[in-house]
Design a protein around this ligand. Structure first.
Ligand code: SF4
Ligand code: SF4
Length: 344
């Protein structure tokens, strides 16, 4: 697929052109306040480490109405469910970091697979074109390369962009991405060797984290019984921040809110770090303490998802949980303990 250039003086027009038949979400704001929002194309931020929240909320909102129902006899369909799904509008997201685009691929396999399709996710996911923004200077908490990705990774994207002379370099990755860029005035260019050099430098800047590679996904039971889980879990507050901000975490709870006239069915993010998450109606809880819950989170990321998804890990190295955990529980250190357990 070819490459293109957008010069500095053409940047605002480029973003306007992307909105022709679509809603455009772009990074707005700097630092910790950077968010993907539908706002002024002339104020797109190219200077950010990553968006505060992961882009999963564009497809799997924190709270989502699944359906509504009415019990009133004079309504056209009394006592019938009315589907509120499939209201997705055509969208372009510009500025997904490659770690987050990979995270969406992991979640997509949960919401769409050979046994099940979630219509709410599918409607939004299939109507969205994704333009990534490569990382020239990964931050200290980033470790995408250790997780099989790259600061210039292409998985899950239609186009990969990178900042270039206050404008953009672009590499189209899918036919839909190529068609989208063709609707703009981006100029053709030959950027292959430049992209290869920049990618090499960005990967070197992250440094190696070999213990992730050392974990053997197939040896489950020895990790399940590893002695470090109680001490790893000790500082955890059970707040769930690590899961809510993670681009691959996808657990939810469904609740009905109703009165005598009808009601709605809601889907809300849930977290395996909460004791209630696995509490049975009988009162029994198969994960009664922090030890079992912490073990579940890391085993899910680093063992169960790789087994289900042909070696692809449930962590893409975005670093959000590293930065945001109030108890300073760091997945890189936990992975080192897991690797040590297997090596001993
Ligand atoms: S963010 Fe940290 S303290 Fe909160 S649930 Fe996750 S591991 Fe525990
Ligand atoms: S586990 Fe942490 S570092 Fe890995 S993808 Fe999730 S939030 Fe990012």
């Amino acid at each position: 697929m070819p490459e293109y250039l957008v010069k500095e003086n053409a940047l605002a027009d480029f973003f306007r052109e992307l909105t022709q038949d679509r809603r455009l979400l772009t990074p707005q704001g700097q630092g910790e306040n950077c968010r993907l929002e539908e706002t002024d194309p002339s104020k797109v931020s190219l200077e950010y480490t990553n968006t505060h929240k992961s882009p999963k909320e564009c497809f799997f909102p924190q709270t989502e109405k699944l359906l509504a129902f009415s019990k009133e006899a004079d309504k056209p369909h009394p006592n019938e469910y009315r589907d509120l799904g499939d209201k997705a509008v055509a969208t372009v997201i510009f500025g997904l970091r490659p770690c987050d685009a990979r995270g969406l691929c992991v979640a997509d396999k949960v919401f769409q697979n050979d046994r099940f399709t979630d219509p709410y996710w599918k409607g939004k996911y299939e109507k969205t074109l994704k333009i990534g923004l490569a990382c020239l200077n990964p931050s200290p908490q980033c470790f995408c390369a250790a997780m099989g990705g790259s600061p210039f990774g292409e998985a899950g994207l239609d186009v990969l962009a990178y900042p270039r002379d206050k404008g953009l370099g672009l590499k189209t990755l899918t036919e839909a991405g190529e068609a989208l860029i063709k609707t703009t005035k981006a100029e053709p260019g030959d950027l292959k060797s430049e992209i290869a050099d920049l990618e090499k430098k960005a990967i070197e800047a992250q440094g190696p984290i070999d213990h992730f590679v050392a974990i053997n996904e197939r040896k489950i039971m020895e990790l399940y019984k590893a002695p470090h889980w109680p001490t790893t879990a000790e500082p955890c507050l059970g707040c769930g921040v690590c899961t809510f901000f993670c681009p691959t975490c996808h657990c939810f709870d469904i609740q009905d809110e109703a009165n005598e006239r009808g009601g709605i069915r809601m889907r809300n993010w849930d977290t395996c770090m909460s004791a209630l998450f696995t509490q049975h109606g009988s009162g029994h809880n198969p994960r009664p303490s922090k030890t079992e819950r912490i073990r579940q989170r890391f085993m899910h990321k680093l063992k169960y998802i790789p087994i289900k998804q042909d070696g692809v890990r449930g962590c893409t190295g975005c670093g959000r949980c590293v930065v945001m955990c109030p108890a300073n529980i760091d997945i890189r250190s936990v992975a080192a303990l897991m690797a040590q357990t297997q090596a001993s």
